[in-house]
Design a protein. Structure first.
Length: 269
């Protein structure tokens, strides 16, 4: 550690592992018109207007933004079109939007509003062929497989839906590989157990999911410091997503990037 308590410049990557610039992606969970934050995806509290936070993160150097409609299951559709449209007018970094996306028409609506990528979870688990259809229609680079994983007593991780509330019986590691085979261009891997705790990512989950996957993995759930972000990349993540440490000003994005660079990891300025 250096004097600031951040990782030293010794590279956090395993020998021989090649990595493009690590992307730092703030996650904005949306309920109605508000940005919210919880723990284990529950106990939500209002943080403010998402547009204000998005503008701040753009100024601080975020590489992308991740919008998740966390009550989409209540309405049966994604309700972020207006928020995405407003954000896309002022902010010129990639936007990924998830929650309640069930059809190709849903994807068209969000792309027209200004989204660059869509994150799909429930619809893909119900009908895996949806991943292939979306990838063929819009390109794999547009399709992000969102996985909400919970560790089970037997040591495996099970996929959940409905913001970490509904069990599926599907193994998260198997599903990540199948999703990539079907055409998903990235996997957003959220540890429900770690989410909101600021105790660090589930590094074992990340390492096992990333091994031989062939598409980038975005780590989400548990970031409490720059050290946690670097540890996630060392475990196998290609990008890191966080909410609490950015929303509450614990670690501005510019500082997060400095810490990643200090760990010997490549980041965009």
């Amino acid at each position: 550690m250096n004097a600031a308590g951040e990782p030293s410049r010794t590279s956090a990557l395993a020998p021989g592992r090649l990595l493009s610039n690590v992307r730092v992606i703030p996650r904005l969970d949306i309920k109605g018109p508000n940005l919210v934050k919880g723990v284990h995806l529950e106990g939500l509290r209002i943080m403010g207007k998402p547009r204000n936070f998005a503008a701040r993160y753009h100024e601080q150097g975020a590489d992308e933004l991740l919008y998740m409609d966390i009550v989409a299951s209540l309405y049966g559709r994604n309700n972020l079109t207006q928020i995405v449209s407003e954000t896309a007018r002022d902010i010129f970094i990639p936007l990924t939007v998830g929650g309640g996306i069930r059809t190709l028409e849903d994807i068209v609506t969000l792309l027209r509003a200004g989204a660059d990528k869509v994150a799909i979870n429930t619809a893909a688990l119900r009908r895996p062929e949806f991943i292939r259809e979306a990838a063929r229609a819009f390109g794999s680079q547009c399709v992000v497989l969102s996985i909400e994983a919970k560790r089970q007593p037997d040591g495996r991780w099970e996929c959940y839906t409905d913001n970490g509330r509904e069990r599926t019986g599907v193994d998260s590691l198997d599903w990540a590989r199948r999703g990539a085979d079907l055409g998903a261009g990235e996997v957003l891997l959220t540890s429900v157990d770690q989410e909101g705790t600021r105790k660090g990512f589930d590094l074992e989950l990340l390492a096992r999911a990333a091994e031989g996957l062939g598409v980038p993995v975005i780590a989400c759930g548990g970031a409490g410091s720059t050290r946690d972000l670097a540890a996630a990349v060392a475990a196998g993540a290609d990008a890191v997503s966080a909410a609490h440490i950015f929303h509450c000003g614990i670690c501005p994005i510019s500082e997060a990037k400095k810490g990643l660079a200090a760990a010997g990891l490549p980041v965009r300025p």
